[in-house]
Design a binder for this molecule. Structure first.
Ligand code: ADP
Length: 216
Protein backbone atom coordinates (compact mmCIF):
# COMPACT_ATOMS: atom_id res chain seq x y z
CA UNK A 1 0.00 0.00 0.00
CA UNK A 2 1.30 3.44 -0.91
CA UNK A 3 0.28 6.86 0.29
CA UNK A 4 -0.79 9.60 -2.09
CA UNK A 5 -2.02 13.16 -1.77
CA UNK A 6 -4.40 14.75 -4.24
CA UNK A 7 -4.40 18.56 -4.24
CA UNK A 8 -7.55 19.90 -5.93
CA UNK A 9 -10.66 17.75 -5.80
CA UNK A 10 -12.49 18.78 -8.97
CA UNK A 11 -13.79 16.07 -11.29
CA UNK A 12 -10.29 14.94 -12.28
CA UNK A 13 -8.79 15.00 -8.77
CA UNK A 14 -11.83 13.27 -7.27
CA UNK A 15 -11.79 10.51 -9.88
CA UNK A 16 -8.07 9.94 -9.34
CA UNK A 17 -8.46 9.92 -5.53
CA UNK A 18 -11.35 7.44 -5.60
CA UNK A 19 -9.53 5.11 -7.98
CA UNK A 20 -6.39 5.14 -5.80
CA UNK A 21 -8.60 4.25 -2.82
CA UNK A 22 -10.22 1.45 -4.80
CA UNK A 23 -6.74 0.13 -5.58
CA UNK A 24 -6.11 -0.09 -1.85
CA UNK A 25 -3.94 2.98 -1.24
CA UNK A 26 -4.00 5.59 1.44
CA UNK A 27 -5.18 8.93 0.00
CA UNK A 28 -5.05 12.41 1.50
CA UNK A 29 -7.20 15.06 -0.24
CA UNK A 30 -7.02 18.84 -0.11
CA UNK A 31 -9.25 21.44 -1.74
CA UNK A 32 -10.12 25.05 -0.98
CA UNK A 33 -13.84 24.43 -1.36
CA UNK A 34 -15.84 22.69 1.38
CA UNK A 35 -18.37 21.44 -1.17
CA UNK A 36 -15.57 19.48 -2.87
CA UNK A 37 -14.03 18.09 0.30
CA UNK A 38 -17.13 17.16 2.32
CA UNK A 39 -18.51 14.43 0.02
CA UNK A 40 -15.11 12.71 0.21
CA UNK A 41 -14.39 13.25 3.89
CA UNK A 42 -15.59 9.83 5.03
CA UNK A 43 -13.82 7.99 2.19
CA UNK A 44 -10.33 9.51 2.21
CA UNK A 45 -7.82 8.73 4.93
CA UNK A 46 -7.58 12.46 5.56
CA UNK A 47 -9.44 15.30 3.84
CA UNK A 48 -8.84 18.99 4.46
CA UNK A 49 -10.29 22.28 3.36
CA UNK A 50 -7.22 24.47 2.81
CA UNK A 51 -5.49 26.72 0.33
CA UNK A 52 -2.97 24.81 -1.77
CA UNK A 53 -0.86 27.97 -2.10
CA UNK A 54 -0.28 27.96 1.67
CA UNK A 55 2.95 26.06 2.34
CA UNK A 56 2.05 25.53 5.98
CA UNK A 57 -1.22 23.81 4.99
CA UNK A 58 0.71 21.44 2.72
CA UNK A 59 3.21 20.73 5.48
CA UNK A 60 0.38 19.91 7.87
CA UNK A 61 -1.12 17.25 5.61
CA UNK A 62 2.28 15.56 5.63
CA UNK A 63 2.94 15.63 1.90
CA UNK A 64 6.57 14.68 2.47
CA UNK A 65 5.57 11.23 3.69
CA UNK A 66 3.60 10.56 0.47
CA UNK A 67 4.94 8.36 -2.32
CA UNK A 68 3.56 10.84 -4.83
CA UNK A 69 1.48 14.01 -4.89
CA UNK A 70 -1.00 14.77 -7.66
CA UNK A 71 -1.75 18.45 -8.22
CA UNK A 72 -5.14 18.51 -9.93
CA UNK A 73 -5.84 22.23 -9.93
CA UNK A 74 -6.54 22.75 -13.61
CA UNK A 75 -7.76 26.21 -14.42
CA UNK A 76 -6.13 28.21 -11.64
CA UNK A 77 -2.63 28.50 -13.11
CA UNK A 78 -1.22 30.61 -10.28
CA UNK A 79 -2.48 28.25 -7.58
CA UNK A 80 -1.18 25.20 -9.45
CA UNK A 81 2.31 26.67 -9.90
CA UNK A 82 2.58 27.98 -6.33
CA UNK A 83 1.44 24.68 -4.94
CA UNK A 84 4.08 22.85 -7.01
CA UNK A 85 6.77 25.28 -5.80
CA UNK A 86 5.83 24.62 -2.18
CA UNK A 87 5.84 20.86 -2.73
CA UNK A 88 9.32 21.16 -4.24
CA UNK A 89 10.49 23.29 -1.30
CA UNK A 90 9.15 20.69 1.09
CA UNK A 91 11.19 18.05 -0.71
CA UNK A 92 8.43 16.03 -2.39
CA UNK A 93 10.20 14.02 -5.09
CA UNK A 94 7.30 12.58 -7.08
CA UNK A 95 4.95 15.34 -8.25
CA UNK A 96 2.36 14.76 -10.98
CA UNK A 97 0.47 17.78 -12.24
CA UNK A 98 -2.58 18.32 -14.41
CA UNK A 99 -1.85 21.05 -16.97
CA UNK A 100 -4.59 23.14 -18.52
CA UNK A 101 -2.66 24.98 -21.23
CA UNK A 102 0.64 25.19 -23.12
CA UNK A 103 2.05 27.99 -20.92
CA UNK A 104 1.10 25.92 -17.88
CA UNK A 105 2.92 22.93 -19.38
CA UNK A 106 5.99 25.06 -20.20
CA UNK A 107 6.27 26.36 -16.63
CA UNK A 108 5.75 22.91 -15.13
CA UNK A 109 8.45 21.39 -17.27
CA UNK A 110 10.88 24.14 -16.15
CA UNK A 111 9.98 23.32 -12.56
CA UNK A 112 10.96 19.72 -13.24
CA UNK A 113 7.85 17.87 -12.11
CA UNK A 114 7.77 14.10 -12.60
CA UNK A 115 4.81 14.01 -14.96
CA UNK A 116 2.57 16.55 -16.68
CA UNK A 117 -0.93 15.31 -17.51
CA UNK A 118 -3.25 16.65 -20.19
CA UNK A 119 -6.45 14.71 -19.45
CA UNK A 120 -8.52 16.00 -22.34
CA UNK A 121 -5.82 15.30 -24.93
CA UNK A 122 -4.89 11.92 -23.47
CA UNK A 123 -8.56 10.91 -23.30
CA UNK A 124 -9.09 12.14 -26.86
CA UNK A 125 -6.26 9.91 -28.10
CA UNK A 126 -7.64 6.93 -26.17
CA UNK A 127 -11.13 7.42 -27.53
CA UNK A 128 -9.81 7.72 -31.08
CA UNK A 129 -7.82 4.50 -30.62
CA UNK A 130 -10.86 2.70 -29.26
CA UNK A 131 -13.03 3.89 -32.14
CA UNK A 132 -10.38 2.83 -34.59
CA UNK A 133 -9.99 -0.64 -33.08
CA UNK A 134 -13.16 -1.36 -31.13
CA UNK A 135 -11.95 -4.83 -30.12
CA UNK A 136 -8.97 -3.32 -28.29
CA UNK A 137 -9.97 -2.93 -24.65
CA UNK A 138 -6.78 -1.35 -23.44
CA UNK A 139 -3.33 -0.67 -24.69
CA UNK A 140 -0.05 0.45 -23.24
CA UNK A 141 2.76 2.22 -25.10
CA UNK A 142 6.07 0.61 -24.16
CA UNK A 143 8.24 3.09 -26.10
CA UNK A 144 10.14 2.63 -29.40
CA UNK A 145 6.85 1.99 -31.20
CA UNK A 146 6.17 -1.16 -29.15
CA UNK A 147 2.73 -1.68 -27.64
CA UNK A 148 0.84 -4.10 -25.43
CA UNK A 149 -2.80 -4.49 -26.47
CA UNK A 150 -5.63 -6.34 -24.75
CA UNK A 151 -8.17 -7.91 -27.09
CA UNK A 152 -11.50 -9.60 -26.44
CA UNK A 153 -11.76 -12.49 -28.91
CA UNK A 154 -14.93 -12.72 -30.98
CA UNK A 155 -16.82 -15.99 -31.66
CA UNK A 156 -15.51 -16.28 -35.21
CA UNK A 157 -11.97 -16.83 -33.87
CA UNK A 158 -12.95 -19.82 -31.71
CA UNK A 159 -10.53 -22.67 -32.53
CA UNK A 160 -7.97 -20.45 -34.30
CA UNK A 161 -4.28 -21.14 -33.61
CA UNK A 162 -2.37 -18.07 -32.44
CA UNK A 163 0.19 -18.62 -35.23
CA UNK A 164 -2.59 -18.45 -37.86
CA UNK A 165 -3.89 -15.21 -36.40
CA UNK A 166 -0.36 -13.77 -36.56
CA UNK A 167 0.67 -15.10 -39.99
CA UNK A 168 3.18 -12.74 -41.60
CA UNK A 169 3.48 -10.76 -38.35
CA UNK A 170 5.63 -13.15 -36.32
CA UNK A 171 7.28 -10.25 -34.50
CA UNK A 172 4.07 -9.98 -32.49
CA UNK A 173 4.26 -12.08 -29.35
CA UNK A 174 1.36 -13.73 -27.54
CA UNK A 175 1.98 -12.28 -24.11
CA UNK A 176 -0.89 -13.90 -22.25
CA UNK A 177 -4.35 -15.40 -22.56
CA UNK A 178 -6.89 -15.04 -19.79
CA UNK A 179 -9.49 -17.78 -20.00
CA UNK A 180 -12.04 -17.42 -17.21
CA UNK A 181 -9.95 -17.55 -13.97
CA UNK A 182 -6.85 -19.02 -15.63
CA UNK A 183 -3.87 -17.16 -17.07
CA UNK A 184 -1.74 -18.80 -19.79
CA UNK A 185 1.57 -17.04 -20.30
CA UNK A 186 3.53 -16.89 -22.53
CA UNK A 187 1.26 -18.08 -25.33
CA UNK A 188 2.99 -20.54 -27.70
CA UNK A 189 2.25 -20.22 -31.46
CA UNK A 190 0.26 -23.49 -31.51
CA UNK A 191 -2.05 -22.32 -28.71
CA UNK A 192 -5.69 -22.75 -29.78
CA UNK A 193 -7.77 -19.71 -28.95
CA UNK A 194 -11.34 -19.78 -27.74
CA UNK A 195 -14.14 -17.25 -28.15
CA UNK A 196 -14.27 -14.81 -25.23
CA UNK A 197 -10.59 -15.41 -24.35
CA UNK A 198 -8.82 -12.20 -23.44
CA UNK A 199 -5.65 -12.07 -25.48
CA UNK A 200 -2.77 -9.72 -24.72
CA UNK A 201 -0.34 -9.22 -27.58
CA UNK A 202 2.98 -7.37 -27.58
CA UNK A 203 4.65 -5.97 -30.65
CA UNK A 204 5.27 -3.05 -33.00
CA UNK A 205 2.22 -0.83 -33.50
CA UNK A 206 2.48 -1.10 -37.30
CA UNK A 207 2.11 -4.89 -37.18
CA UNK A 208 -0.64 -4.74 -34.56
CA UNK A 209 -2.53 -2.41 -36.91
CA UNK A 210 -1.97 -4.85 -39.78
CA UNK A 211 -3.61 -7.74 -37.94
CA UNK A 212 -6.49 -5.61 -36.58
CA UNK A 213 -8.87 -6.52 -39.46
CA UNK A 214 -8.44 -10.22 -38.56
CA UNK A 215 -9.87 -9.57 -35.11
CA UNK A 216 -13.26 -8.17 -36.12
P1 ADP B 1 -11.84 19.64 -13.01
O1 ADP B 1 -11.95 19.89 -14.49
O2 ADP B 1 -11.07 18.40 -12.68
O3 ADP B 1 -13.17 19.68 -12.29
P2 ADP B 1 -11.12 22.20 -11.91
O4 ADP B 1 -9.99 23.05 -12.39
O5 ADP B 1 -12.51 22.68 -12.16
O6 ADP B 1 -10.87 20.78 -12.48
O7 ADP B 1 -11.01 21.90 -10.34
C1 ADP B 1 -9.95 22.30 -9.61
C2 ADP B 1 -10.21 22.12 -8.13
O8 ADP B 1 -9.13 22.76 -7.48
C3 ADP B 1 -11.51 22.76 -7.62
O9 ADP B 1 -12.19 21.83 -6.79
C4 ADP B 1 -11.01 23.96 -6.83
O10 ADP B 1 -11.80 24.22 -5.65
C5 ADP B 1 -9.61 23.55 -6.41
N1 ADP B 1 -8.72 24.69 -6.21
C6 ADP B 1 -8.50 25.72 -7.04
N2 ADP B 1 -7.62 26.58 -6.49
C7 ADP B 1 -7.29 26.06 -5.28
C8 ADP B 1 -6.42 26.48 -4.20
N3 ADP B 1 -5.70 27.61 -4.26
N4 ADP B 1 -6.34 25.69 -3.11
C9 ADP B 1 -7.05 24.55 -3.01
N5 ADP B 1 -7.87 24.10 -3.97
C10 ADP B 1 -8.00 24.85 -5.09
Amino acid sequence: MSQFAVIGLGRFGTAAALELLRLGHDVIGLDGAAKRVNPLASKLSYAVIADATDEQALREINVTSCDAVLVAIGENLEASILSVLHLKNLGVAEIWVKAASRPHHAILSRLGVSRIIHPEEEMGIRVAQALNYPMVNQYMALGHGQYLVEIELIDRLDGTRLADLLTGCEQIKGFLVKRREAIHSPVPPDFVLQASDTLVLAGPLKLLQRIAPRLV
